[in-house]
Design a binder for this molecule. Structure first.
Ligand SMILES: Nc1ncnc2c1ncn2[C@@H]1O[C@H](COP(=O)(O)OP(=O)(O)OP(=O)(O)O)[C@@H](O)[C@H]1O
Length: 309
């Protein structure tokens, strides 16, 4: 089967819970081989979209294309090439990690060699795999969930908030694992409400807010939007004095406190020039830093301008 440039694509995907509209005209484009970060605040519609992509919910309108084929027409064949981890993995708590994998492997008629392969892939040691799942930490449960999703050696992985509840080490390990899987040729769609999380691992990003896709593009394109909206924050003794002494350099500045100013960030050179001018004017610099807009700010901005779509 030839691999299309877009491994996953939706057209005009809409969904309602009863009469309540949840998703509006979602056109996702997930390139083959990408790590696609599906980003949005809680309640934006990420999980619902993923359920539609897995055929677990029926859309009110629109289509899902997986591997270039219509999901509605070839559900079973297409989903056999997809591994998913949606919310907490459902495990048999009294069985060991190994037995959990074996139960699913046999049920799905998958080759026996896969169990040790996926354990190795997700980094679960033989010792951990031999313990009952009820003794697992959240990170180990996520790994085992991922191992279960990887059993059929899927081309596409869909992971809903895979780092939720993990400690910082667990988050780093999960990130490394995702990169390793991408290196093995998998395409990964992962959702998160944390832009910092997505930024560290994704190659492509879709931003959803209130059921609408408000941005879609490569990571550099998203970062460009962010950078274009960064601020420069100056902490000094007297904001007003600085403004009076440097009316041109601080023409766009707003005073945010007795000794605090905020102005649009343009470049590193702007920071150097401002620092020099402040020193020359005899004004103390307690702090001078660029500040990215918050996730909420960026989302709000994206919604207002309806960027890129
Ligand atoms: N079973 C349901 N019945 C009615 N409304 C629902 C149901 N499940 C979700 N919703 C609503 O659909 C909207 C989208 O929810 P969804 O879970 O897809 O968002 P999300 O982006 O995944 O957020 P979260 O990370 O909080 O799960 C929310 O407003 C939610 O209240």
């Amino acid at each position: 089967m030839a691999t299309p440039a877009l491994l996953l694509e939706t057209q005009g995907l809409s969904f309602r819970f009863g009469k309540r509209p949840i998703l509006h005209d979602i056109n996702l484009q997930v390139p083959t081989g990408s790590i696609y970060g599906f980003l949005g605040p809680n309640g934006a519609g990420k999980s619902t979209t993923m359920r539609l992509l897995l055929g677990l919910l029926r859309p009110a309108a629109g289509t899902v294309q997986l591997f270039g084929y219509d999901l509605a027409k070839h559900r079973v064949a297409l989903l056999s090439r997809v591994g998913a981890l949606i919310e907490n993995p459902s495990l048999y708590d009294h069985l060991t990690g190994y037995e959990n994998l074996e139960a699913t492997r046999r049920l799905r008629g998958i080759a026996a060699s896969r169990t040790s392969e996926v354990l190795e892939l997700v980094g679960l040691s033989a010792e951990s795999a031999g313990r009952p799942a009820k003794e697992y930490s959240l990170g180990m449960r996520q790994r085992l969930g991922l191992a279960l999703a990887l059993l059929p050696d899927p081309d596409l992985l869909m992971l809903d908030e895979p780092t939720n509840g993990l400690d910082p080490n667990g988050i780093i390990e999960m990130r490394e694992l995702l990169r390793r899987l991408q290196g093995l040729g998998k395409t990964i769609l992962l959702s998160s409400h944390l832009i910092a999380e997505i930024e560290k691992v994704a190659t492509h990003v879709g931003v959803i807010q209130q059921g609408k896709l408000v941005f879609q593009g490569s990571l550099p394109e998203l970062q460009h939007l962010q950078t274009g909206r960064a601020n420069l924050v100056l902490e000094t003794k007297s904001a007003d004095t600085c403004r009076n002494l440097l009316p041109q350099l601080l023409a766009e500045a707003t005073v945010t406190g007795l000794g605090s100013l905020r102005l649009p960030y343009h470049s590193r050179e702007q920071v150097a020039t401002l620092a020099e001018a402040l020193v020359a004017a005899g004004q103390p610099i307690y702090g001078l830093r660029s500040e990215q807009p918050s996730l909420e700010d960026t989302f709000l901005h994206l919604t207002e301008t309806n960027a890129a779509i």
